[in-house]
Write a protein that binds this ligand. Structure first.
Ligand code: GN1
Ligand code: MG
Length: 348
């Protein structure tokens, strides 16, 4: 398989290929060829039904940045010898190649408030620089991706049609999620309120999607498959979900899940340093809600997948998605407990 792809992109056949990164959806490899490194990805077509829509979006954004902000580092995909940026390889799927940016690194966990600030600033900057970009020209690569009422109805469907044994085992988890339905109701109000704007949104603002330079400054955001029109709560909320606690959604010792208040302040300061003038006052009142929204949605998605026999996320061990769902519930509880302190930390 690699031979064909390397040839398409004009890379040497002696290049070394190694699996890379920690994403759950696409496959990613690091290709090293005569001292030059590239990142190769195969798009997961079970998730992204129209991979060329992703290529289209990235092409438009790449062109916009080149025209309007030539100094902004934006990692555009490499073209094949034939001039294609997402070739289809028979029986294998759609691929794309990126140059590996020299002297840059990505992180899997957030280790300091400064790193949280830098990452949040990059996600804010991305949306802010694209504030005049024609949002409607973007294709919807994952319809209803962060539509919480729809996620809730998928959860309800899994409760009716899913694995009976797993449903019984997960009673407590299911009851807790049902009791938090208010989070869904608020998201409906947001969708109906014109003071909540749709903007170009990344929709996957975890720390590993930010490139840092060797001085730990943020360079840019990467992994643009889910860039679509959306609400700021998606990006701000996923940063809270993934930066506030010192441990990730994979952690099994739930007592290690905690909220680091100084990291919340750093996320808010970093994001607002770019988006402070852009967000409306009602949007700013929903900063903490954003974390509840994303953490709740992630636990719904994990439990729904568990009840559906792990067809979306897969499972590395029995009960993996059940564990992830419960991990996210603990995180949600911790956010709710600290809601007042978090609001006070940023004076809202
Ligand atoms: C998936 O593949 P990755 O790790 O970038 C998922 C996100 C989830 C995340 C949870 C397209 O992202 O929405 O938050 O797993 N992406 C898609 O780890 O479903
Ligand atoms: Mg992703």
């Amino acid at each position: 398989m690699f031979e064909k792809i390397l040839k398409e992109f004009g890379l040497g056949l002696n290049a070394t290929v190694k699996p890379f990164g920690s994403g759950l959806i696409n496959n990613t490899w690091l290709i090293s060829d005569q001292g030059k490194d590239h990142i190769l990805q195969r798009i997961n077509q079970n998730v992204f039904k129209k991979p060329l829509d992703i290529a289209n979006n990235i092409r438009l954004i790449c062109r916009y940045f080149k025209d309007q902000y030539p100094n902004y580092l934006f990692v555009c995909p490499c073209k094949t010898i034939a001039g294609d940026d997402m070739p289809y390889i028979n029986q294998e799927g759609y691929f794309r190649l990126f140059p590996f940016i020299k002297n840059s690194y990505t992180a899997d966990v957030v280790n300091s408030p400064l790193q949280a600030f830098e990452a949040a600033k990059q996600f804010g900057r991305f949306t802010n620089l694209l504030s005049k970009f024609p949002t409607a020209s973007l294709k919807i690569t994952l319809p209803d991706f962060h539509n919480l009422p729809l996620r809730y109805s998928q959860f309800e469907k899994a409760l009716k049609q899913g694995n009976k044994e797993r449903i019984r085992e997960a009673t407590e988890t299911i009851q807790f999620l049902k009791r938090q339905h208010e989070i869904v109701a608020i998201s409906v109000q947001i969708r109906n309120n014109p003071d909540f704007k749709t903007r170009v949104t990344h929709h996957d603002s975890k720390i590993s999607n930010v490139l840092f330079d060797i001085n730990n400054h943020g360079l840019c955001v990467i992994d643009l498959d889910t860039v679509m029109p959306g609400y700021f709560i998606s990006d701000f909320g996923d940063m809270m979900r993934t930066y506030l606690s010192p441990v990730s959604e994979e952690e099994k010792s739930f007592d290690r899940i905690e909220i680091r208040e100084e990291y919340f302040k750093a996320i808010a300061d970093g994001y607002l340093s770019e988006m402070g003038n852009e967000l409306t006052s009602i949007e700013k009142e929903h900063l903490v809600y954003a974390g509840k929204f994303m953490t709740y949605m992630q636990s719904l998605r994990f439990i729904t997948d568990y009840l559906n026999n792990d067809i979306y996320y897969g499972a590395k061990y029995e009960g993996h998605n059940f564990l992830r769902a419960n991990n996210q519930i603990v995180l949600l509880k911790r956010i709710i407990e600290k809601e007042q302190q978090l609001r006070e930390a940023i004076e809202i």
